[in-house]
Design a protein around this ligand. Structure first.
Ligand code: GLU
Length: 291
């Protein structure tokens, strides 16, 4: 696997502009930014905005304002995935040509029903459309709505054999993507997926170190598999602990109260907050400048 680790690092923060950033985003961005700054590297801002139905223009600017408040500025203008769709289409085409991608005509309802069946803790796609005969595929392609495209996970893993990924300290982890089942490569409502576009972009942007929350630990195995299939370099990965609220509950975008904008409006000092987040000082309480 090509190695990038000997060069100055390139890191990125990749929010989806579908809501306001919260403290967890702040920590991801701060860690990625610090890694680049401390090692003479480059920090990039990428908007993962493939989800046209949920993206709002206002959240792009809000994210830049939030980052500036925390003392973070990207080294290049922000990158938008929505402007890079041909890149993802080419990767999908490559996987199709390798016989590893198949169209999935299952509706949301079909998927919800199959998810209700017992598959263990994470429902995985049951493979309904995996082996459809070519004439059935052709007929459905002609008449049905746009299909999703899925990776044939078993065939992909057979092709690559066992895989590993490494963290920033060089520790090696087994990358077993099998638990994800036949992941989506292109959605019915978007011509790509998070897994595909993120993997392609991290390689294309020369990202050497990916820093993101523990909630994406398992996704790294999928990204490693896609890298191996598409002959892409593998960055080092850091997964940081998720930021909880005072009760330890994980923060989510829907918790408006925890958004960085809300804290700023309430008078919190951004640079002080950034230092506390990096020092793991939570729950917060040190940075209030206004009553
Ligand atoms: N857009 C993804 C998110 O906000 C990015 C995750 C990643 O860093 O790969 O969760």
């Amino acid at each position: 696997m090509p190695r990038l680790s000997a060069m100055p690092p390139v890191t990125r923060f990749a929010p989806s502009p579908t809501g306001l950033l919260h403290l967890g985003h702040g920590l991801s961005a701060l860690l990625a930014h610090r890694w680049a700054r401390e090692n003479g590297g480059t920090f990039l801002l990428r908007f993962d905005d493939i989800d046209a139905g949920r993206v709002r223009e206002t959240f792009y600017a809000a994210a830049i304002t939030d980052l500036a408040w925390l003392g973070i500025a990207a080294d290049t203008p922000p990158i938008r995935q929505s402007a890079r769709l041909p890149l993802y289409a080419a990767a999908l085409e490559k996987l199709r040509a390798m016989g590893l991608a198949y169209p999935c005509f299952c509706s949301r309802k079909d998927l919800a029903q199959s998810a209700a069946a017992p598959h263990g803790p994470t429902p995985i796609y049951p493979g309904t459309c995996r082996n459809l005969p070519p004439d059935v595929i052709a007929a459905r392609m002609a008449t049905a709505a746009v299909p999703a495209w899925r990776l044939d996970m078993a065939a992909a893993r057979t092709r690559t054999g066992p895989l590993n990924w490494q963290d920033a300290a060089g520790r090696t982890y087994g990358a077993n993507a099998a638990a994800h089942g036949d992941i989506v490569l292109a959605r019915r409502d978007a011509p790509t997926s998070y897994h595909l576009s993120s993997t392609i972009d991290d390689a294309d942007m020369g990202i050497s170190h990916v820093v993101r929350g523990d909630d994406l630990f398992d996704a790294t195995s999928v990204h490693r598999l896609l890298q191996a299939l598409l002959d892409l370099p593998s960055p080092r990965y850091t997964h940081h602990a998720l930021v909880g609220d005072a009760t330890g509950r994980r923060l989510a975008k829907r918790d408006g109260a925890a958004s960085l904008a809300t804290l700023r409006d309430a008078g919190v000092d951004g640079l002080c907050l950034a230092a506390d987040l990096l020092a793991g000082k939570l729950p917060l309480g040190y940075c209030w400048v206004k009553a």
